[in-house]
Ligand binder design. Structure first.
Ligand SMILES: [Fe+2]
Length: 306
């Protein structure tokens, strides 16, 4: 029997740490439960961002979330990068280290995107082998996030939830369940998001993500540029029931509003932690419509380290 959340605590309701909010956080010390950082924004920085992070880490639990591991690639793992992750985790007392089930490049070329993997036995063996190598090096379980995706592979022979379940069974890794990604992919690939959640091994879910997305007419794009829509909140309710309570983090990476707005958005999660609630939830702003320029996933990495 695996301990729920791999033994990690439920940290409560957190917010993705973004540089535009640094002054507010340092001055006001808002009562947010925890922060998630984008690892790449800090692993090569010894300047002001890093000094600010150290101050924040003295007051709040920190979790590290990366975009460069490329666990699905056939390129060799980057041990220099892993060394930097390990060092930053030690210095900030990071509760866990996460990245995505994806690949970002091959043959030394970086696409600067989080690309999905073919879901089959060959990929599973490859990814699991690399997870074990990473975990051996970091000396802690790796936490991997389900991606949002816009294409599927003819070579896939299993569903994403089957892949994730087998991946967690074959390794000691945990899952970062991005509820918005489940919704985005379910629309793009026409599957039932509740069936997806019904097959997730909740005892391996260490954290979840919530975010807004953009409706582009024929498909959804995971833009992190607005409020969480009601169908995603309803899925979150299901995740809360399944996990019994889980560290929950709101990602807001484009058109970022003042900190109070971002914090208030994640606090809405409390409404979905109780039973016997109205099924329509609070009124939230709808999906954005893609009229603005869409952010690239690696725009989430601060310009100073790109
Ligand atoms: Fe996410």
């Amino acid at each position: 029997m695996v301990e729920p959340r791999l033994g990690h605590p439920n940290l409560g309701l957190g917010v993705g740490l973004r540089t535009v909010h640094f002054p507010y956080i340092l001055e006001k010390h808002p009562p947010v439960d925890w922060f998630e950082i984008i690892s790449e924004n800090f692993i090569d920085s010894q300047g002001r961002p890093r000094h600010t992070l150290d101050q924040i880490a003295e007051r709040y639990p920190i979790v590290m979330h990366g975009v460069s591991l490329s666990i699905g690639s056939t390129d060799p793992l980057d041990f220099q990068y892993l060394e930097k992750l390990k060092k930053l985790a030690s210095e900030t007392d990071a509760r866990w280290i996460s990245d995505h089930l994806c690949w970002t490049g091959v043959a030394g070329r970086n696409t600067h995107d989080l690309l999905p993997v073919p879901l089959n036995e060959d990929t599973l063996r490859h990814v699991c082998s690399r997870i074990e190598t990473v975990q051996d090096y970091l000396q802690r379980p790796l936490i991997l996030e389900n991606p949002s995706s816009y294409v599927t592979f003819a070579e896939s022979t299993m569903s994403e939830w089957e892949f994730l379940t087998s991946m967690t069974e074959a390794t000691e890794c945990g899952l970062l369940l991005d509820v918005n990604n489940v919704y985005v992919s379910s629309v793009n690939h026409d599957f039932d998001p509740y069936e997806y959640l019904g097959h997730i091994p909740y005892d391996r879910v260490v954290q979840c993500h919530l975010a807004g997305h953009t409706h582009c007419g024929t498909h959804l794009i995971d833009t992190h540029d607005g409020k969480v829509i009601d169908p995603v909140w309803q899925l979150y309710r299901e995740v809360h029931r399944g996990t019994g309570g889980i560290s929950t983090l709101l990602e807001w990476d484009a058109q970022i509003p003042p900190f109070e707005v971002v914090h208030a958005e994640v606090l809405k999660a409390k409404l979905y932690m109780e039973e016997n609630l109205p099924t329509d939830g609070p009124q939230t702003q709808g999906e954005s419509t893609g009229e603005a320029v869409l952010p690239h996933p690696l725009h989430f990495v601060a310009p100073e380290v790109q």
